[in-house]
Design a protein around this ligand. Structure first.
Ligand SMILES: Nc1ncnc2c1ncn2[C@@H]1O[C@H](COP(=O)(O)OP(=O)(O)OP(=O)(O)O)[C@@H](O)[C@H]1O
Ligand SMILES: [Zn+2]
Length: 507
């Protein structure tokens, strides 16, 4: 009896509890309905994400245990998630340029698990690359940059498919290569390649994530994406070649391309994973000296654009070197401004030094470069920029120096004195192959040098004109019958290091 009573009591209690739960469930259902209604009105996106959760059963099953662990910190981001990861894994990115921008871009794309990563570069690793091109290593100097990047990235994430292209991207191969990728990164350093990449990306319908870095400044934008402009919409005409500077000329702090290249990877990851870019029709300007980031709105796509406009006239890739008037590489270009009689070779200058011939050595490099290294002879430094600003002042300074020489040169500068002792001491194993020594018959009074032998030629030409004008006006009496012979050293300090002194630093 007792047991029957207790059983009845127990079931009554259970019923009571069940009723209570039912009421709670009803309440919760109502709450849910209300919430869903308002959520639907106010936040359509939220529903999209919920739908996506239902649809993402398949992707979840395709992420391996290893993948889940490797990418866990980005998988738990609601904006990215498994769907983003799966999209990224089926995205291919082509990086053109395996230098200062290409290295950080590649490392983050590889780390994030991009599906396929192509890396194009025609060049090999140099020692002067390593301060910023952080995927190359000291023991890889001389090997292909694209291969070097691939090797480093492979060690970081072997699950990515890598394709190194050790070649120069050109009008002949660009369409073929670019068409195999979803997104293209411009990590190059010359205008001709920028136009080539732009046109090829417009023609192939690919977004172009464009970065640049020089000195302490960097820029980033995304062309040809989400209805935004292409490079030509904004810059229909290339800049005059002489106004363009690259890192080899202007210098760069390594972290600046590091930041911009990383942001290029970020935008590619956002596009690839479906988040979308923030930089269509917008440009990021980074100033490392001020420590500021600014974002400016760009002009919209131009209907008149010759490549992406309503009636494009450029429908095939053209000759970009001709279009830009500048090479598609930053390899040293030897200009020929002066004729043969106004130039001597590095070896000839070496003979001049060892024979102790009096002359003025004029170094036209910027002051900051004079601290790096100098030829072993006292010199006068007048930066090339001074010639272009005030050639008369430059000429006067040089003529004064020649006067000093006539009356015997004395230096107060120990570094110069040390250099002056070169004639006596510097007969160590330098390359002294015989040269034709034509300079002996009419020795130069002024020898001009610069880093690579281009600025020096312009400086000589300006100086020749100015001094000749003074001689004609009777304002200068130097040089006797033959006038003042002014020459430059062909190939500059680089030629000196190559042909005379292999211990001389190259920068
Ligand atoms: N058309 C092209 N095809 C392939 N690679 C290119 C092309 N144009 C430029 N590059 C590459 O883009 C990279 C740009 O790198 P970066 O600007 O850091 O300069 P760099 O040439 O390596 O160094 P530096 O200018 O200091 O000598 C270079 O490695 C260069 O070889
Ligand atoms: Zn355009």
């Amino acid at each position: 009896m007792e047991s029957t009573d207790s059983a009845t009591l127990f079931s009554a209690e259970l019923k009571k509890q069940l009723d209570k739960k039912d009421q709670e469930i009803e309440k919760l259902k109502k709450l849910l309905e209300q919430y869903q209604e308002s959520a639907c009105d106010q936040n359509f996106l939220r529903h999209e994400r919920e739908d996506f959760h239902l649809a993402s059963v398949d992707p979840v099953s395709r992420l391996s245990k290893n993948d889940i662990e490797r990418y866990s910190r980005q998988l738990i981001l609601p904006e990215f998630g498994v769907k983003g990861q799966m999209k990224l894994q089926s995205t291919s990115v082509l990086i053109v340029g395996a230098g200062g921008l290409g290295c950080p871009a590649a490392v983050y794309l590889a780390a994030a698990g991009i599906g396929r990563l192509g890396v194009v570069d025609y060049d090999e690793v140099e020692l002067s690359n390593l301060h910023r091109q952080i995927l190359h290593t000291s023991d890889r100097v001389g090997i292909s940059k694209s291969l070097s990047i691939v090797r480093s990235c492979q060690r970081l994430n072997s699950r990515v498919e890598y394709v190194p292209y050790h070649l120069q991207l050109s009008s002949d191969n660009a369409m073929d290569i670019i068409s195999r990728y979803d997104i293209v990164l411009d990590a190059t350093d010359n205008v001709a390649t920028r136009y080539l990449l732009n046109d090829a990306c417009v023609m192939a319908g690919k977004p172009l994530v464009s970065g640049s870095a020089l000195r302490f400044e960097g820029q980033l934008t995304v062309y040809n994406c989400s209805g935004g402009p292409c490079y030509r919409c904004l810059f229909p005409q290339p800049p005059p070649p002489e106004t363009v500077t690259n890192c080899a000329e202007g210098g760069v702090i390594g972290v600046v391309p590091g930041i911009i290249g990383s942001m290029q990877a970020l935008e590619a990851i956002k596009i690839g994973s479906g988040i979308g870019t923030s930089y269509s029709q917008r440009m990021l300007l980074f100033d490392a000296l001020d420590g500021t980031f600014r974002c400016v709105k760009l002009r919209p796509r131009s209907q008149a654009c010759v490549v992406c406009g309503e009636q494009p006239t450029v429908t095939q890739l053209i000759d970009y070197v001709q279009f830009c008037g500048a090479a598609a590489t930053d390899k040293e270009q030897e200009l020929k401004v002066l004729d043969k009689s106004s130039r001597i070779s590095a070896k000839e200058y070496h003979s001049m030094l060892t024979s102790g011939l009096d002359h003025v050595l004029l170094d036209v490099r910027p002051e900051v470069e004079m601290d790096i290294c100098q030829l072993p002879h006292p010199n006068i430094n007048i930066p090339y920029a001074t010639f272009t600003k005030d050639v008369q002042r430059a000429a006067s300074q040089i003529l004064d120096k020649m006067e000093d020489l006539k009356h015997g040169y004395h230096s107060n500068n120990p570094q110069e004195d040390q250099a002056y002792r070169y004639q006596q001491q510097h007969k160590r194993g330098l390359n002294t192959e015989p040269s034709d020594e034509a300079w002996l018959t009419n020795p130069p009074a002024i020898v001009c040098v610069c880093r690579r032998g281009n600025d020096s030629q312009f400086a000589v030409r300006m100086l020749q004109k100015e001094i000749q004008a003074r001689l004609t006006r009777g304002e200068a009496d130097h040089g006797g019958d033959q006038g003042i012979k002014i020459v430059d050293i062909r190939g500059g300090l680089h030629a000196w290091a190559r042909h005379v002194d292999d211990q001389f630093p190259v920068y």
